[in-house]
Design a protein. Structure first.
Length: 264
């Protein structure tokens, strides 16, 4: 009986890992009143986050409710549900949530279907970020500047963009890298598992290649190219590079300088 119970527990843990979820218990579902952005006319609706996925339900506008109250037939309301395993990317900022699916948009040459939801002014998706940040895998994009409790170092930077960049502060910590931008929608919080590579061409430049989808390159990863306002110390970059790649299971030989140090 005990052996059977252990096998059941193992299967549950394997399923959680396969879905990109942590084994932390789900506290409660979250609901947000949103505006679903559409090509012709936006719709009011409700987004619900639960343990298994995301649910969207369109709701009646005030005018529609009044017409229905007078006996008019209610319009057909849109609804959709996405299990976390069926979401290609879940992008969250304080005021916006975007779901990118694995389905193609008809007549758009294979472009992935997206659903964009906006909150009313004064509301925030902060609770959604807090709930999902430790539960989803690298398909989760946090367009927010989270706190940095294990700060190691920081630099003032400029993020280059195809049309317009932004300025802010790049913070490197024990378990995450945070870019605090002045422009809305430009901030990011990356767990080390969200970063594919880090590179530099000189002491005043740093590039983070992330698993966020790059819209300008089909199916590729998004690079964040920073101009540094202060020079980056070589040892700091080396520690950052090792920290990132050790998470991927790479082993490193000690440097010549380390090997030549006298024994203590």
């Amino acid at each position: 009986m005990e052996h059977r119970s252990q096998k059941t527990t193992t299967r549950i843990l394997s399923l959680a890992i396969a879905l990109g979820l942590s084994t932390t218990a789900w506290s409660q579902d979250l609901q947000f009143e949103v505006r679903h952005e559409r090509a012709l006319k936006d719709h009011p609706g409700r987004v619900t986050l639960d343990e298994r996925g995301v649910q969207y339900q369109q709701i009646l506008t005030g005018k529609q409710q009044a017409k229905v109250a007078k006996g008019k037939k209610p319009p057909k309301l849109e609804s959709a549900r996405w299990e976390y395993q069926d979401i290609q990317q879940l992008w969250v900022s304080p005021e916006k949530l975007v779901i990118v699916t694995y389905k193609d948009r008809k007549w758009f040459l294979g472009v992935d279907k997206e659903f964009e939801f906006f909150l009313p002014k004064g509301k925030s998706f902060e609770a959604a970020y807090t709930l999902l940040k430790d539960k989803l895998d690298r398909r989760f994009v946090a367009a927010v500047a989270d706190s940095q409790p294990g700060l190691l170092w920081e630099l003032p930077v400029r993020l280059l963009g195809p049309i317009q960049g932004s300025e802010g502060v790049l913070q490197v910590g024990v378990d995450r890298i945070v870019y605090k931008a002045e422009r809305p929608g430009q901030s990011r919080t990356w767990r080390y598992q969200d970063i594919e590579n880090v590179s530099t061409s000189d002491r005043y430049q740093l590039t983070l290649t992330t698993y966020e989808r790059a819209k300008t390159h089909y199916g590729s990863m998004k690079g964040f190219n920073f101009q540094l306002k202060h020079p980056l110390d070589e040892k700091r970059f080396e520690m950052l590079w090792k920290r990132l790649n050790q998470d991927k299971g790479l082993q490193f030989l000690t440097s010549i300088e380390e090997r030549n140090q006298p024994a203590k």
